[in-house]
Write a protein that binds this ligand. Structure first.
Ligand SMILES: Nc1ncnc2c1ncn2[C@@H]1O[C@H](COP(=O)(O)OP(=O)(O)OP(=O)(O)O)[C@@H](O)[C@H]1O
Ligand SMILES: [Mg+2]
Length: 304
């Protein structure tokens, strides 16, 4: 990270601290964690950011939107008996399917029930989003693990979130795919602001270089803003935690990756008070209320 960027972030977080505790708006911050290339660490990052935010006393729900390949529950050794599929076919209430993990973090397992949102009828989608909006008043954060790539599902979840965080590692293919994803989101869904987490870096310089490279092309060719949220080092402890089906932050909070993830969570939390959330979709909202995540998601279902 160059000095100017660091300074901007410090000023921003100081302002956030001066602003005091974030007033509850009644709506959670909806943050999607996404990537162009698969296997770059999204699910582990979502999970551990969720836990770290939970440790800060925040109420967090993680939505597993990695359609058909959901594995958040597996990472925590949880076995969901019911998924959104059961909610969709009316056999369970949404509150009955939510799993509770460490630090009180709640997880909404998708199963195969929303494997293709586009295949649902409009009425089914309405029903699903109505169900989901019932729980949002009790949340500070809704974190979405989107799955990789540029499928319409991934794009719509990102377009509907308030904040989009792209995860990339230093491999050239991961960087070009991250760029391709942001390009599509910028052109097709008019998103202008992204966050970046550089994962599996060997050194801090590695993370800075990744950011500079992506930020350069984003500024030059896409006119989008890319904020560097931080780098997570390559850390064998993360693999150990995955094998034990426990979260890194829970097992090895003082490990290099554990510390970085806690720092990123704290930074995200502080920035929340001062960073205006981008509202990407001109969703059809009731006059006096800003469009919720679900309104926007529904909007994108209809128009794309
Ligand atoms: N910082 C890291 N240090 C070491 N290994 C890592 C790190 N981040 C991720 N990994 C490895 O990469 C694997 C894949 O991570 P993860 O499942 O979180 O990626 P993903 O982006 O969610 O993948 P997919 O696109 O398939 O959903 C992990 O199981 C772990 O072995
Ligand atoms: Mg994943």
């Amino acid at each position: 990270m160059d000095q100017a960027t660091t300074l901007r972030q410090i000023v921003k977080s100081q302002r956030a601290q001066e602003a005091g505790p974030k007033p509850r708006s009644g709506r959670p911050r909806v943050i999607s964690i996404t990537s162009g290339k698969g296997g770059v660490g999204k699910t582990n990052i979502v999970l551990n950011l969720g836990l770290a935010l939970g440790r800060l006393g925040r109420k967090v729900l993680v939505l597993d939107a990695d359609m058909g390949l959901s594995n958040l529950d597996v990472l925590l050794g949880l076995t969901p008996r019911y998924t959104l599929e059961h909610v969709m076919n009316g056999r369970k209430d949404i509150l009955e399917i939510i799993l509770t993990g460490p630090e009180g973090v709640r997880i909404l397992p998708s199963g195969s029930g929303i494997s293709e949102l586009s295949e649902m009828t409009f009425e089914q989608q309405m029903f699903l989003f109505k169900e989901l909006s019932r729980i949002e008043d009790d949340l500070d954060y809704l974190l979405i693990d989107t799955g990789a790539g540029i499928s319409s599902n991934v794009l719509r979840f990102n377009a509907s979130a308030n904040e989009v965080v792209v995860v990339a590692n230093p491999e050239p293919t991961s960087i070009t795919d991250a760029y391709a994803l942001m390009k599509l989101l910028a052109i097709k869904y008019h998103l202008r602001d992204f966050g970046l987490i550089a994962n599996a870096v060997i050194s801090a310089r590695d993370g800075d270089a990744l950011y500079e490279r992506l930020n350069g092309v984003c500024t030059q060719f896409l006119q989008v803003n890319l904020a560097f949220l931080g780098a997570v080092p390559f850390d064998a402890n993360l693999r150990k935690a995955v094998r034990q089906q426990r979260a890194l932050i829970e097992l090895y909070p003082a490990s290099p990756a554990g510390k970085s993830l806690s720092e990123i969570a704290a930074r995200l939390d502080r920035a929340g008070a001062s960073t205006p959330a981008h509202v990407s979709a001109p969703a059809p909202a009731p006059a006096e209320k800003p469009a919720s995540f679900w309104d926007r998601l529904l909007h994108w279902q209809k128009v794309r």
